[in-house]
Write a protein that binds this ligand. Structure first.
Ligand code: ARG
Length: 283
């Protein structure tokens, strides 16, 4: 049986060059502030990711990096942008609060309607649009009470999922949205790949029911940020090494593309974390 032909969707992403990337504090289990980081290497790897998106025909906007904000490269946490509306982030961690304003100012300067959040929530890192629904993680960073605000701002169903494994502290470390397509016209439901063991029992049940055809990554696999990947509906950009996820994607007709962002993994973030999707608005 030949896999189904997947349709690529052209995306617009916001990225931030890691000119000031380092690990000077520890706010997730991947970070070790006593280990040296190589900023030049981080920039090279990031550039490769950036150029990969351009090669695939996507549009990439850039936000200026700010000295002292080590984690600004992880733009997914800067907000959630749907239909030209940008809900800013309110970080749970003090180390990143300095990013809130620059991101909001960038959205406003680029024609998005900015909403300042009341509740604590770390943007697309914990809030992922799948089809017309928003999957929302909580437990480590974003707070459950932010989900009602998100539902209200975007007028969409929000599915709350509790994260239970500290290594997968943001939803986008445990879920990859494979078909970020809105309005599929009922042809096929948007699908995901995910790590069931990152969720409590209720969350696992919810995901199983909603995504019967999902790719489920076994808990026994060594902890990695492979699910922190970006799909355009056809091409899935993910970090090496090549694992069984690669084969599973190919079987379903996706086209995996590997980009090494090992240096950025030292901050506890990968490809998806470095990529904020801009939906709607004028470019
Ligand atoms: N060091 C960053 C933090 O802990 C990494 C963020 C990763 N971003 C993500 N969307 N998962 O906040």
């Amino acid at each position: 049986m030949s896999p189904q032909e997947r349709i690529q969707q052209r995306r617009r992403y916001l990225m931030c060059r890691p000119d000031y990337f380092t690990v000077s504090y520890e706010i997730n289990p991947w970070m070790n502030s006593t280990r040296a980081t190589d900023t030049a290497k981080a920039v090279r790897q990031w550039q490769e990711l950036h150029d990969t998106y351009l090669r695939l025909g996507h549009e990439v906007d850039l936000i200026e990096p700010i000295p002292g904000l080590d984690d600004m490269v992880y733009t997914a946490n800067g907000g959630l942008v749907i239909d030209g509306v940008a809900l800013g982030a309110r970080f749970a961690v003090g180390e990143r609060r300095g990013e809130e304003r620059p991101f909001r100012e960038w959205f406003a300067a680029h024609g998005f309607d900015v909403v300042e959040p009341v509740a604590t929530q770390e943007g697309e890192g914990d809030l992922m649009l799948v089809g017309e629904t928003i999957l929302a993680g909580y437990g480590f960073r974003s707070q459950l009470d932010s989900h009602a605000e998100v539902a209200d701002v975007f007028g969409r169903e929000v599915v709350s999922l509790r994260l239970v494994d500290p290594s997968y502290y943001h939803l986008d470390t445990a879920v990859c949205v494979l078909d970020p397509v809105q309005g599929l016209g009922g042809v096929e439901r948007a699908n995901i790949a995910y790590l069931p063991s990152a969720f409590d029992e209720r969350g696992q049940g919810e995901l199983l029911e909603r995504f019967p055809d999902a790719i489920r990554v076994p808990a026994a696999d060594p902890a990695s940020l492979e699910l922190n990947a970006v799909s355009d509906g056809r091409n899935v950009v993910l970090s090496p090494p090549v694992t069984s996820l690669d084969a599973q994607l190919r079987e379903r007709g996706y086209h995996p593309i590997h980009v090494d962002v090992s240096e950025l993994h030292l901050g506890g973030g990968g490809i998806k974390c470095c990529t904020l999707t801009l939906r709607g608005g004028t470019s």
